[in-house]
Design a protein around this ligand. Structure first.
Ligand SMILES: *Cc1c(COP(=O)(O)O)cnc(C)c1O
Length: 229
């Protein structure tokens, strides 16, 4: 587990270097540790090293970890597909949902968010690559969808998220992330106060930072290779 602390330290260094290289304000890129498939012991090691934001994709697995871990600064983010019959449990147990891409899901999360909790932070997931297999709405649907979410009192629209087509080509990676940034800038120009661009994983983090990511979602570089999914 000392590995986790060391990898986190190296990752933060990688983020700092990319911030400098691409003219980003130091400290403007946040780190979401993606802990899907990882055990409570690994998450605890990251917590002990000062990492407080964790992203989970699978609800049952996440709930077990959420109930096992108790730390006042822990912040749980749901980053996987949301099934509508799971919306209540997600609204009750997470501070953020990055993968909102259907009106019905947004309505359920809004309706189910407990009154004693602050509004649920949400990002709209955008399908930049246009692949039919990918989750997310197409950019053309964003203005209408953002307006619907903005009107929901128990949701706080924070920004946009994408999971682009896999590419090892830096320029291709940048093109996808640039598109998401431009989508956000268009919404901001319409008056939306958005502060979150959730983009970049272990393999394309630098390209995402170059294009304005404010939150990179990193699993492998912190916890090592996953054996499944
Ligand atoms: C698994 C996952 C990540 C992290 O990917 P790594 O390559 O392990 O850094 C980020 N975002 C989402 C939505 C994921 O499912």
């Amino acid at each position: 587990m000392e590995n986790v602390a060391l990898r986190l330290q190296q990752l933060c260094e990688r983020i700092n270097i990319a911030e400098k290289k691409y003219g980003r304000t130091p400290g403007s890129v946040g780190l979401l540790a993606v802990s899907k498939t990882r055990g409570v012991d690994e998450i605890s090691a990251a917590l002990a090293a000062g990492q407080y934001d964790f992203g989970e994709n699978y609800l049952q697995e996440a709930l077990a970890k959420i109930s096992a871990l108790n730390h006042p600064r822990l912040v749980w983010h749901f980053i996987g597909p949301v099934q509508s019959n799971k919306a209540r449990v997600i609204a009750e147990n997470f501070a953020w949902v990055h993968s909102v891409d259907r009106l019905k899901i947004a309505q359920r999360l809004d309706g189910m968010r407990p009154d004693n909790l602050p509004p649920l932070n949400v990002c709209i997931q955008v399908n930049i690559s246009g692949e039919a297999s990918k989750s997310g709405i197409v950019p053309g649907e964003l203005p209408g969808f953002a307006a619907e979410i903005q009107a929901m009192p128990r949701l706080c629209l924070r920004g946009l998220m994408t999971m682009p087509a896999l590419s090892t080509d830096f320029h291709q990676q940048r093109r996808s992330f640039r598109e998401l940034r431009q989508c956000m800038e268009q919404l901001q120009a319409q008056g939306y106060r958005l502060d979150t661009l959730s983009m970049g994983t272990t393999g394309d983090m630098e390209a995402a930072i170059a294009e304005g990511a404010t939150l990179v979602r990193i699993g492998t570089a912190i916890f090592g290779p996953r054996s499944v999914s």
